[in-house]
Structures are given as C-alpha cells and as structure tokens.
Design a protein around this ligand. Structure first.
Ligand SMILES: Nc1nc2c(c(=O)[nH]1)N[C@H]1C(S)=C(S)[C@@H](COP(=O)(O)O)O[C@H]1N2
Ligand SMILES: [Mo]
Length: 265
C-alpha cells in the first residue's frame, strides 16, 4: 500500500551524523585521488632515465635534474657578477678562524709547501707552473666577509690574496675565461671542486695566501687556497694543486655526494 509520503519524495534535512559521514566520504575520496596522483608522479620520476652526467652530479633522474638546472640558471642570472657579497670592517673579523675539514690535506708530513708550485693546465697539454713568490708579487686584494658552511655555521673572516681574474690577466689566460667552467684539485687529487666561470672570475674571488694578514697556516690551505665568497664553504678549496678550464662540468667532490653542484649563495 502506497503512503502519500513516499510519492512526494520530501527531502528530509540530513541528521548531524549523516552530515559527518558525508564529509568524511568527500575527504577520503579527495585524499585518495591526490595520493594516487602523487604515487603516479613518483612512479613517472622513478621510471625516467637518470641524467647523462651521473658521475659528476649524483645521478638524479633526468626530469629532476632539468628542474634543478633551471633553478641554477635563474640564480645565475639574478646573481650576476655585478652583485657583490656584503663585506665587514676589520674589527668584526674572527680572531680564531675555524678550521673545518681537511680532505686532500691528510698527508701533512708528505707535503712540502716550499717546493709547491701551482699547475695550470693549458691547451695542448702544456702546463703553466707558478710559484707562490710570483703570486705574491701580484697586487694583493683583501676581503672580510661572512664565510658560510653548508653544515650550518658561518663566520666573518678576513682573507688576503690575488683576485683570480687578476691572476688570469697577468698570466694571459684571458682566452680560457670564454670556457664554461674552472676545475681545482688538491695536489693529491683527493678533494676537487668545479666552478661556473662567472663565479670564478667574480671580482671577490681570490687565490688566498693570508688569513688575518698573516701567512695561511697549513690547516687553512697553505700555500694557496680558494676564497670564493659567492659560494658555500665546500667550494673554497684549500691547498690548490691544479687548475683546469673546460666546457663540461669538472668533477666535484661534494656534488658527487649529492650536494648542489652550483652551491651558490
Ligand atoms: N682540500 C680541502 N678543502 C676544503 C675542504 C676539505 O675538506 N679539503 N673543506 C671545505 C669546507 S666544507 C669548508 S666549510 C671550508 C673550511 O675552511 P676552513 O677550514 O679554512 O674554515 O673548506 C673547504 N675546503
Ligand atoms: Mo663546509
């Protein structure tokens, strides 16, 4: 028997419990769709081939590296070499400059700073050898800036040496600045960094032989270290042995461990 009620199909207002269960359903459905999308995205990334330069940067998937390289290019354009890193008065420089790590400098007894020569790899296999005396005869530049390590500490420190660009000009290496990268390695080749050319020839980048106006101690990279204020500490190679120029990325110790190759500030 038909009740008049059923025919009219009156829409009864939902009870509180019904409203809650409906909202729960919508929330879970939305979550499931988003989670599915995230999973598919991850699978896509996971299945995509690794980048071609796997050994140099730590073998990220191609699409991920593409995004990272876009980010790098963006920062390289924004922070071009017209931008100078902030400098500080001498009074603010740390008296006890922190010594961090010493990869490529372990064989302290085997290394003789007196017979050290900087080796610059030129085209056609020729090697330019430069003594510390020749480097110290060039105009000296000093910088007091906030040195930053990726491990989370920073310190205002005072360095002295020759600007890398002045070194290049003096030894008539100008042609090499048309290349994309500079590579630097310790004499034992255990620590090595790759630098984009604009950062290497930045006016604040130094081949440093002094800290706090005194000769660099061995643990800070004597006889010669890199001070590159536009980069994190990892790129500031201590005890430079060789310098190379290239259009492909030179090998880089920390990039091989997955750190950002550019490591700019
Ligand atoms: N040869 C060499 N250079 C190096 C390193 C290293 O382990 N070996 N460590 C880098 C890191 S991580 C930092 S923070 C700085 C520290 O420089 P400092 O010891 O003079 O403070 O050196 C950089 N240059
Ligand atoms: Mo560091």
């Amino acid at each position: 028997m038909n009740t008049p009620d059923k025919k009219k199909k009156v829409k009864k207002p939902l009870t509180v419990e019904q409203q809650i269960s409906r909202r729960n359903f919508i929330s879970f459905a939305t979550f499931a769709v988003l989670a599915g999308g995230a999973y598919e995205g991850w699978r896509w990334l996971y299945k995509s081939p690794p980048e071609a330069t796997g050994g140099i940067t730590a073998g990220a998937r191609k699409p991920l590296r593409k995004a990272l390289n876009k980010t790098e290019l963006f920062f390289r354009r924004v922070f071009s070499d017209n931008h100078l890193v902030k400098t500080y008065p001498k009074s603010m420089a740390a008296k006890n400059v922190r010594v961090n790590s010493d990869i490529g400098m372990e064989a302290k007894d085997k290394f003789d700073p007196a017979s050290w020569k900087l080796q610059v790899q030129k085209k056609g296999g020729e090697i330019l050898q430069v003594t510390l005396q020749e480097i110290m005869a060039l105009p000296k530049t000093e910088i007091i800036y906030d040195f930053k390590c990726v491990e989370g500490w920073d310190q205002i420190s005072h360095w002295g040496g020759v600007r890398f660009i002045d070194f290049i000009k003096h030894f008539q290496l100008d042609d090499y600045t048309k290349m994309d990268y500079v590579g630097m390695e310790t004499p034992d080749k255990a620590y090595y960094v790759g630098l984009d050319m604009p950062s290497a020839i930045h006016p604040q980048t130094l081949l440093a032989y002094e800290v706090n106006e005194k000769p660099l101690p061995l643990n800070h990279g004597a006889p010669l270290r890199l001070i590159i204020p536009v980069k994190y500490g990892i790129k500031n190679l201590k005890r430079i042995g060789t310098i190379t120029f290239s259009n492909t990325r030179p090998r880089d110790y920390w990039a091989e461990q997955g750190y950002d190759y550019y490591s700019g500030l």
